[in-house]
Design a protein around this ligand. Structure first.
Ligand SMILES: Cc1cc2nc3c(=O)[nH]c(=O)nc-3n(C[C@H](O)[C@H](O)[C@H](O)COP(=O)(O)OP(=O)(O)OC[C@H]3O[C@@H](n4cnc5c(N)ncnc54)[C@H](O)[C@@H]3O)c2cc1C
Length: 361
C-alpha cells in the first residue's frame, strides 16, 4: 500500500503490538497463536538490552509461560525485610533471579514461533488517521495501518498518550551490579527513612548481586538517587555482604498506580504502559506476562469475531484478576507515605512480608 499524499509505504496488519518487553511478547504469543496477523515493533536494536530491572520473578510465573532454563541465574528461597529499627523479618517466597535480557529474548522467540513478526529498531512515533508512524533504523519513516493497537511500550507509553491515559505516578529507580562477598539464598529488602515511598534491595545473582533503590523525592533539598545508592552500598559493604565495586549501573521508572483507562477505541494498554505493577512492591514482570496474554486473547477475539466492543472484555478480565490486590496496595502506599515519620510501625501494615498487610482493614 502507498499513501498517495506523501508516498509513504503503509503496511497493513491485524494487531500492532508496540514494545517487545514481557507484556508485548506475551500478547503477541497469544494473539498470533489464535491465527491473526501480528506485527511487533520494538525501538531497541536488541530485545531486553539495556536491562532496567532487579530481575526477580516469583516461582508461580513458571505456570504462566514456558521459560528456558538458561534464563535462570539462581533460585531464591525467600525474602528478608530489614527495618530501620534493626528488626529483620524472614518470609518464604520461592522465586528465581533471571537474566532479564535473555528472559525477554526468549519470550520474543516464543512470539515469533507462534507466527508474529518482530521489527527491531522501529519506534512508534505518532498516530493519525488510523495509521501509526514508525521511525526505522536508518532514520526512515514508514506507516502501519493496524485494526488494533496493543500499547506494551513501558512506563512512558506513547500509545497511552494517544489514548489520553498515562502513568501519573512513576517512581525512579537506580541500581548497581556489584560483586557479592558470600552466596545468598534470599532476596533482601531494606526500609530506610531516606528512601521515601520506596525501599532498597539486594538481590543475589550467584557471585554478583543487584543493589538498588527506588524512592520519591521529598523535602526542600532531596539527595540525588546516586548519593543514596552510594551510601546504601557503603552500608552493605560494611556489613560484609558486597564489595562496593560497580560493575554496571542501571536506572528506570516504576509505575505505582494503574492508569485510568486501558481500553479506548481500537487501542489497549498492557504491562507498565497500563501501570499494572504492584503499587507497593513494584513487581511488574508477572503482571506484564499475565495481562499481556489477556490483551492478546481479547484483541484476537475482536478481530476474529469482527467486534471491537470485545476489547472491553480485557479491561474487565484484568481488573477482576488484579484489581483488588492493586487497590489494597495503592491504599497501603498512600498510608505509608502519609505516615512516613512512623516508618517502623507503618511498614508492618504496608509491606507484604507482614501479617498485618494481609488483614482485611
Ligand atoms: C529498577 C527496576 C527494578 C525492577 N525490578 C523488578 C523485579 O525484580 N521484578 C519484577 O517483577 N519487576 C521489576 N521491575 C518492573 C519490571 O521491570 C516491569 O514491570 C516490566 O519490565 C514491565 O514489562 P513491560 O513489557 O510492560 O514493559 P517493558 O519491559 O518496559 O517493555 C517495554 C518495551 O517497549 C519498548 N518501547 C518503548 N517505547 C516504544 C516505542 N515508542 N516504540 C517501540 N517500542 C517501544 C521498550 O524499548 C521496551 O522494550 C523493575 C523496574 C525497575 C525500573
Amino acid at each position: 500500500l502507498t499513501d498517495n499524499q506523501n508516498q509513504e509505504t503503509i503496511f497493513p496488519c491485524d494487531i500492532l503490538v508496540v514494545g517487545a518487553g514481557p507484556a508485548g511478547s506475551s500478547a503477541a504469543v497469544t494473539a498470533a497463536g489464535s491465527g491473526v496477523r501480528v506485527l511487533v515493533v520494538e525501538r531497541r536494536a536488541k530485545i531486553g538490552i539495556p536491562i532496567r530491572c532487579a530481575e526477580y520473578i516469583p516461582a508461580q510465573l513458571l505456570g504462566e509461560m514456558k521459560m528456558a532454563k538458561t534464563c535462570i541465574a539462581q533460585s531464591v528461597a525467600g525474602m528478608k525485610t530489614f527495618l530501620p529499627s534493626g528488626e529483620v523479618k524472614e518470609t518464604k517466597a520461592a522465586g528465581f533471579m533471571v537474566y532479564r535480557d535473555q528472559f525477554d529474548q526468549h519470550l520474543a522467540e516464543e512470539a515469533v514461533n507462534a507466527g508474529a513478526q518482530i521489527r527491531l529498531s522501529a519506534a512508534a512515533m505518532g498516530f493519525a488517521n488510523g495509521r501509526v508512524k514508525i521511525l526505522g533504523e536508518h532514520g526512515d519513516y514508514f506507516g502501519i495501518a493496524p485494526r488494533i493497537i496493543i500499547g506494551a511500550d513501558g512506563p512512558h507509553s506513547v500509545v497511552g498518550r494517544w489514548m489520553n491515559s498515562v502513568n501519573l505516578n512513576l517512581i525512579p529507580g537506580i541500581q548497581a551490579r556489584v560483586p557479592l562477598q558470600l552466596p545468598m539464598t534470599h532476596t533482601e529488602i531494606y526500609f530506610d527513612e531516606n528512601f521515601f515511598g520506596g525501599y532498597g534491595w539486594l538481590f543475589p545473582k550467584n557471585k554478583e548481586a543487584n543493589v538498588g533503590l527506588a524512592c520519591k523525592k521529598t523535602g526542600a533539598n532531596p539527595p540525588a538517587l546516586s548519593d543514596l545508592l552510594n551510601r546504601f552500598m557503603d552500608r552493605l559493604a560494611r556489613e560484609e555482604k558486597i564489595f562496593p565495586e560497580v560493575l554496571r549501573l542501571f536506572c528506570g521508572w516504576i509505575p505505582a498506580e494503574p492508569v485510568r483507562e486501558t481500553v479506548s477505541r481500537n487501542m489497549i494498554l498492557a504491562g507498565d504502559a497500563a501501570g499494572q505493577t504492584h503499587p507497593i512492591t513494584g513487581a511488574g514482570i508477572a503482571p506484564a506476562v499475565i495481562c499481556g496474554k489477556m490483551a492478546g486473547k481479547w484483541a484476537a477475539r475482536a478481530i476474529l469475531e469482527k467486534d471491537m466492543n470485545l476489547l472491553h472484555g480485557y479491561q474487565e478480565e484484568w481488573t477482576s484478576f488484579f484489581g483488588p490486590t492493586q487497590e489494597k496496595a495503592w491504599n497501603r502506599r498512600t498510608l505509608l507515605e502519609n505516615n512516613w515519620e512512623r516508618l517502623d510501625d507503618m511498614v508492618k501494615k504496608c509491606w507484604v512480608a507482614f501479617g498485618q498487610y494481609h488483614d482485611q482493614s
